[in-house]
Design a protein around this ligand. Structure first.
Ligand code: FAD
Length: 324
């Protein structure tokens, strides 16, 4: 028993980026355990998803055709069946809304130890070493779990996505789904305010914080977003004030984001905020306070007043600053 099984995540017809990060985490683990890397995709357009998941380092891909969207009972039954058949040393799922929903149920049914929200993984001598963050990312801990095999959920944005195409063997996996055990169904999706913007998928985020002072000043950042083609996000106080919808919030109690560029304007860099954006490729900060913690993680920084810097940036990109 040394293989690793990762379970992809998808929603409304699209594989979620975290699925490709799972492949990297899974490959690293499989190298440590000396086994194969299996990926499973359950429900939806499984054949198309399997083609996308066929990337470097993946040995086998299993498709489970059943329904369209995520369903707790279907996923639980399918992952349990896959684990019973493949007997992997580690089952890895995303620490997403879906993953957190079924992974504990899978662990219980298989009688395996379960660790959530891993930010690092290693395996040696039968022990799974899991890195996790605690106290709002202030403390990093390492948990040694000795009694394998294991079930673990991994945090999005902690591993780079696997690139390069692969030559995995793709095959359908039949699960005899017990329909009487399905107690919930997805009837539809309702967007929360703010439309269908998913800041977790954005490549360029302009993020605004309490430094903006007043709701009416958001016009300035909206103009910057417009001329740069970026997506707007924010720190929590902006959402708490009701100035932007919750789906724009970055951080521990908001979304984890991994853009190419994260431009933080008037954001101090509190640990709860940083927990959601520290994996951005390039972080640029604008803040009047040279000692603001955001500068500790920024690649580029401007110590300056956002009300001076933003109009100049807007002009630089060919726009006209609104009269704020
Ligand atoms: P502040 O900390 O007030 O910082 C404003 C910054 O703007 C300052 O650094 C200031 O120097 C700068 N500034 C002021 N005026 C200007 C100007 N004119 N030009 C340029 N810079 C200026 N926060 C999140 O963001 N996301 C979360 O998910 C989240 N979850 C949390 C969960 C818990 C359990 C708790 C307890 C807190 C959470 N928080 C979260 C809140 C977090 O602790 C901080 O309070 C919050 O991130 C601060 O937001 P801010 O940086 O916008 O505001």
């Amino acid at each position: 028993m040394s293989d690793v099984l990762v379970v992809a995540d998808h929603r409304r017809g699209d594989l979620r980026d975290v699925s490709f990060e799972l492949l990297t985490a899974g490959r690293e683990l499989a190298d440590a355990t000396g086994g194969d890397l299996h990926a499973a995709v359950i429900s939806g357009g499984v054949e198309e998803f399997a083609e996308s998941l066929n990337r470097e380092g993946v040995d086998r891909i299993h498709t489970v055709e059943y329904g369209e969207e995520f369903n707790h009972d279907v996923y639980t039954q399918a992952v349990v069946a896959l684990a019973e058949e493949l007997d992997p040393e580690v089952v890895v799922t995303p620490n997403s809304v879906n993953g957190l929903d079924y992974a504990p149920a899978v662990a219980i049914r298989l009688g395996r130890p379960y660790v959530s929200d891993a930010t690092g993984l290693d395996h040696a001598d039968g022990t799974l070493e899991v890195t996790r963050e605690m106290y709002g990312s202030k403390v990093e801990t390492t948990v040694d779990v000795a009694e394998g095999p294991f079930v673990v959920t991994v945090r999005g944005g902690e591993w780079p996505p696997t690139a390069g195409s692969g030559d995995a063997e793709i095959s359908a996996f039949d699960v005899d789904v017990d329909e009487d055990a399905i107690r919930s169904t997805v009837k539809g999706f309702e967007e929360v305010g703010g439309g269908d913007v998913d800041i977790a998928e954005a490549e360029f985020l302009v993020s605004i914080g309490r430094g903006i002072e007043e709701e009416e000043n958001l016009a300035l950042v909206e103009e910057l977003v417009e001329v740069t083609g970026a997506t707007l996000s924010s720190s929590r106080p902006i959402v708490d004030n009701g100035w932007l919808p919750k789906n724009r919030q970055v951080g521990q109690s908001g979304k984890q984001v991994t853009p190419d560029v994260y431009l933080a304007i008037g954001i101090s860099g509190a640990v709860q905020h940083v927990a959601g954006m520290k994996s951005a490729d390039t972080i640029i900060a604008v803040n009047t306070d040279p000692n603001a913690p955001i500068f500790d993680i920024a690649d580029y920084g401007v110590v300056g007043d956002l009300f001076d810097v933003m109009p100049r940036l807007i002009e630089e990109f060919g726009g006209e600053p609104p009269g704020v």
